[in-house]
Design a binder for this molecule. Structure first.
Ligand code: NAD
Ligand code: ADE
Length: 432
């Protein structure tokens, strides 16, 4: 069997975790039930690069029920739940993931997925898709060289792909702009049943879950600085307020900054926020949002956490340069001591704190995100040969179907338009 996990003996514990997630993912289970009857993914090799969590396992089981053979690599070196990876390996999934992988091991794992010549790529953050493209265009670099060593001459002929997150979609659009995108990709992140819930409520809650598990600090009374007021930042700011924090928002987009202002938050630059914040959370998808000049102004004991996809939002090189010493003071908490004795704490090595220090989003939220993923694969296969290379949204009817199924599972009834109301909304004649 082709897999690499920390310890396959953890499988029984992983199966229980997956069972718990399944009990909270009714929409995806409904899709699984249909998939096992109709087998829309029969014989299709899906290569995935996702956070290997109990919720991902529920998605993988759904793809397998639809007939797919799944190759799965971790989409972050620190986010794998080893017991879940073990359970998947025991079930016949080709999983290459363990918590604490080195950078080289991370790319080797993606190489194993590419070596399997997937027909569909399923990505979270764009590393798998970017590497398929870098190999195709013969690019160099440490990442692609590692993948080339593992995948050899494998040249996957991909029908289509899916992308889970904002950062991955940005990278896809960059590929498309350069005319380099080789196949159609569904931007799952752009489904409303994804970003409105996963990015906002999922990250809003799980980011604090991670910060609190790592530090056990009291959030009430703290000044929490949130960088980025996109879908993730909105959720984090909302939950910080709910926990009793004073919330400061740092934004570059004037419209979103104004929205944060009228949502009742203090809005300012990072330069000003740096000296007042107790906890800093980045959620921008951008690089070097917290830099040396900000760190130099921070209070003793400031905590730095990131919820954005990559560990580039807090400048770790600047932190290392400013620090006279560094020690791990608790699991997932590194203390950096500055020249004048002040201490700054970095959580989870600047990697997404909700997955590295906690379990990621709750299953109820991932139910919708991963229903989008499963239906996106089915859609790509149905549309095989019809979609030009490009970045696509799932059709709104599929998005709405997911919302309806979720409401049904929640036992929530909604109102229906009468014929008269439908006609009224479509007419321009009726006025005062
Ligand atoms: P978004 O595009 O909706 O929001 C990002 C915001 O950051 C924008 O408003 C942008 O103007 C702002 N921004 C950019 N540069 C900035 C800077 N230097 N200072 C302040 N603000 C800046 O994106 P999103 O959906 O909120 O996602 C943000 C990041 O979180 C992405 O990397 C995404 O992939 C990631 N993400 C993580 C999780 C998770 O589980 N941790 C879940 C979903 C998304
Ligand atoms: N991204 C955020 N939370 C997640 C989870 N629980 N599983 C997989 N990917 C995630």
């Amino acid at each position: 069997m082709d897999y690499k996990v920390k310890d396959v003996g953890l499988a029984p514990q992983g199966r229980l975790q997956i069972e718990w997630a399944e009990a909270h993912m009714p929409v995806l289970l409904k899709i699984r039930e249909r998939f096992s009857r109709t087998r829309p993914l029969e014989g299709v090799r899906v290569g995935a690069c996702l956070h290997v969590t109990k919720e991902t396992a529920v998605l993988v089981r759904t793809l397998v029920a639809g007939g797919a053979e799944v190759y799965l690599a971790a989409s972050n070196p620190l986010s794998t739940q080893d017991d879940v990876a073990a359970a998947l390996a025991e079930e016949g999934v080709h999983v290459f993931a363990w918590r604490g992988m080195t950078t080289r091991e991370y790319y080797e794992a993606i190489g194993r997925v590419i070596a399997a010549q997937p027909e569909v790529t399923m990505d979270d953050g764009g590393d798998l898709t970017a590497l398929v493209h870098k190999l195709h265009y013969g690019e160099g670099g440490e990442d692609v060289d590692t993948v080339r060593e593992v995948a050899g001459g494998a040249r996957p002929r991909v029908i289509g792909g899916t992308e889970e997150t904002t950062t991955g979609v940005l990278r896809l659009r960059a590929m498309a702009r350069e005319g380099k995108l080789l196949y159609p990709v569904i931007a799952v992140n752009e489904s409303r049943t994804k970003y409105l819930f996963d990015n906002r409520y999922g990250t809003g809650q799980s980011t604090f879950d991670g910060i609190m598990r790592a530090t056990n600090l009291l959030i009430a009374g703290k000044t929490v600085v949130v960088a980025g007021y996109g879908w993730v930042g909105r959720g984090i700011a909302m939950r910080a307020r709910g926990l009793g924090a004073r919330v400061v928002v740092v934004e570059v987009d004037p419209i979103k900054a104004l929205e944060a202002y009228y949502d009742g938050f203090y809005v300012t630059s990072m330069e000003e926020a740096a000296s007042v914040g107790d906890v800093f959370i980045t959620a921008t998808g951008n690089i070097n949002v917290i830099r040396g000049e900000h760190i130099a102004k921070m209070k003793d004991g400031a905590v730095l956490a990131n919820a954005g996809h990559f560990n580039v939002e807090i400048s770790i090189p600047d932190l290392e340069r400013l620090a006279t010493s560094k020690r791990a003071i608790r699991p997932g908490v590194d203390e950096y001591r500055l020249a004048d004795g002040r201490r700054v704490y970095l959580l989870s090595e600047g990697r997404l704190v909700n997955l590295a220090a906690a379990e990621g989003h709750p299953s109820e939220v991932m139910d919708m995100s991963f229903s989008n993923q499963a239906l996106a694969v089915e859609y790509l296969l149905k549309k095989r040969g019809e979609l030009a290379p490009g970045v696509y949204r799932l059709p709104l009817r599929i998005d709405r179907r997911i919302a309806r199924l979720k409401l049904e599972a929640l036992g929530v009834r909604i109102e229906r338009l009468t014929d008269e109301q439908r006609a009224y909304l479509r007419s321009w004649r009726a006025g005062t």
